[in-house]
Design a protein around this ligand. Structure first.
Ligand SMILES: *Cc1c(COP(=O)(O)O)cnc(C)c1O
Length: 431
């Protein structure tokens, strides 16, 4: 067992001044139990905690760190900018540089605006879609996460389509009543919904590849039908690429599926580890934003220069380096090495690009309802054991793992062995 005395002590102190001791709930390890590790530093694919333990990191700050911790070029760009100033509340050329870099490479994004988080990006994109279409209703999908703004904290009910059931205390039903929820992967449900509500719909928001409630890889035909139906009914398609943007290749999930969304939201990777978000798309729509148009949106730290240089340096490396192809190959090899050795057990791993998701069920689900809750509890039980063996997986069975450019073949082989043993033991105990 790892010594975790210092982490425990810090957690107790933190809990005195912060709800649950954490500033984002997943960090409290409530699903998996065990001691949340306080991190002292990261280096490449390694995390070091305050008790001197080290871990191969597959959480990668929940997605942003595609180059791993402390990439020297990113760190130097950030240091250089910090020397010049951290924020001015006035424009810098860095915002233009990152904006033009993205608009040149992602065809559907003709114009873009930066904000400070993924939540803010999706929230603003929805306001913009409502302002542009003059409609209020939005549609989201069960099993997709889009940040914690009020109108997206909605649970799915028992019917095929449900409206307005707040998923959090403090969210008024008056707000969520304008959000419809459908299951993923169901063409009939889409057709039925659009026939009845399509002409009232401002926007559909969907994750590029749903990766916040398991990895629910959607079929291309389904995504294309969604694009066709939104277009037919004059509703905007908002593709939430906060995870998939620059993760699933330079063109993200839009290119992966071969669809052209009206708006795309970003976060995570485009900030290179600094807090950032963005939304962009058709210029005709984006020009409805203030100061040009009537849709208000603003931010004191939006387009923060330190975040801009960290993001741009990261994206430039991704564009030049063939990194995506190498990551995909590494991830494919890693996943198949584990899955092939566990083929006799009730374990599978979903993988796409440099994302993987461990499930204690044979069939890979494409909907939230298809996720085995028993399977999730097996993951959760396994988590502390694998953590003790030096592998840092996200602290919930619903969360996906990331492979970064800093994960070497050697590390992955070693980790695959550990995972096969630990997962195998848990799956065996269950059978
Ligand atoms: C992480 C995430 C968000 C929220 O981003 P924050 O920066 O945490 O606010 C929104 N949408 C998706 C798809 C995400 O993965």
């Amino acid at each position: 067992m790892n010594h975790t005395d210092k982490s425990k002590e810090l957690m107790a102190l933190a809990a005195e001044v912060t709800p649950g001791g954490v500033h984002s709930p997943g960090r409290a390890f409530k699903s998996v139990g065990g001691t949340p590790r306080f991190i002292e530093r990261g280096d490449g694919a390694w995390l070091y905690d305050v008790d001197g333990n080290k871990y191969v990191d597959f959480c990668c700050s929940w997605g942003p760190l595609i180059l791993g911790h402390g990439d020297p070029e990113v760190v130097n760009a950030v240091k250089d900018q910090i020397d010049r100033g951290m924020t001015f509340g006035a424009s810098t050329e860095h915002e233009y540089n990152l904006a033009s870099f993205i608009t040149e490479r992602v065809e559907p994004v003709e114009s873009i605006r930066f904000v400070s988080s993924g939540t803010e990006a999706v929230m603003s994109a929805i306001r913009l879609a409502r302002g542009f279409t003059g409609r209020d209703l939005i549609l989201k999908f069960e099993g997709c996460y889009h940040g914690h703004s009020d109108h997206l904290l909605v649970s799915a009910g028992s019917g095929l389509v449900t409206f307005g059931q707040p998923a959090s205390a403090g969210v008024p039903e008056a707000i969520t009543s304008q959000t419809a929820v459908l299951p993923l992967d169901d063409e009939d449900a889409l057709e039925t919904f659009f026939a009845e509500y399509g002409d009232k719909l401002a926007a559909v928001v969907i994750e590029g590849i749903p990766a916040n409630n398991g990895l629910l890889i959607q079929r291309h035909e389904y995504m294309r039908l969604l694009r066709a139906l939104t277009e037919k009914h004059g509703a905007l398609l908002i593709l939430d690429e906060v995870i998939t943007g620059f993760r699933v290749g330079m063109g993200g999930a839009a290119a992966y599926y071969g669809i052209r969304p009206d708006l795309i939201t970003y976060g995570k990777i485009i900030g290179g580890g600094m807090p950032v978000g963005a939304f962009g798309g058709r210029a005709e729509i984006m020009n409805q934003l203030s100061p040009l148009g009537p849709v208000y949106q603003a931010g004191t730290l939006s387009g923060n220069p330190v975040a801009m240089v960290a993001g741009l340096t990261t994206l430039k490396k991704l564009a030049d380096g063939g990194i995506h192809a190498r990551l995909e190959e590494k991830n494919r090899k890693f996943v198949s090495s584990i899955v092939s050795r566990l083929s006799n057990s009730t374990v599978n791993i979903a993988g796409v690009a440099s994302i993987f998701w461990i499930v204690f069920q044979k069939e890979l689900p494409r909907t939230a309802a298809g996720i085995s809750t028993d399977g999730i509890s097996h993951y959760n039980r396994m988590h502390e054991q694998i953590l003790d063996r030096g592998v840092y997986l996200p602290p919930s069975g619903y969360e996906v793992c990331f492979v970064s450019a800093a994960h070497t073949d050697e590390m992955l082989e070693h980790t695959a062995d550990l995972l096969v043993e630990t997962i195998g033991r848990e799956a065996h105990a269950w059978a």
